[in-house]
Design a protein around this ligand. Sequence first.
Ligand SMILES: [Zn+2]
Length: 197
Amino acid sequence: MSDAKIASKDLDVKQPSVLEGQPCPICKSNTLTLREAEVEVPFFGKLYLYSMDCSNCGFHKADVESAEQKPPVKIQFTVEGDKDLRVRVVKSSKARITLKGIGSIEPGIESNGYITNVEGLISRFKHQVQVILDSEDQDSDARAKAKKLLKKLNRILAGWDKAVLIIEDESGNSAILSEKAVTTRLKTSTKKSSRKK
Ligand SMILES: [Zn+2]
């Protein structure tokens, strides 16, 4: 299957099951809606999409999980041009996203998992840079650096410049749906990242 075919093919999302009136973990009222849907992802397999939304306090959490247990993965993808920007991406809440030479987005408690495309992921970097530019308390150095990054990101998003996108996911629940994507096993370091506070 060609990249274009994968990118344009609509994913087969089954009708989600919806559970309303569940207790919200944040505000404790029974106003939480749970959704679960099954998706068949080419070259990846069956995937579950989950989400929780509270109509009372606005709490939102979403994630993806492969039906099969997957090993930790490192996926590298060179973005060159429009077509690559439309390539589908499965991003789990555990994924660390790096744009070589630009920066990285680390996973955290607030992270969500979802299906997007390459453009969607790169737009998140743009949003982060925009936040720096919009905040008052940045010195001129940081501002100039952010401006430069924004220019770079805009060129990538326009399909003019190349970029290397890397996703590292210990849970193995992430994927870039292109034949050009290079997937290897992620070497997990022996030092455990301490989550306890
Ligand atoms: Zn709530």
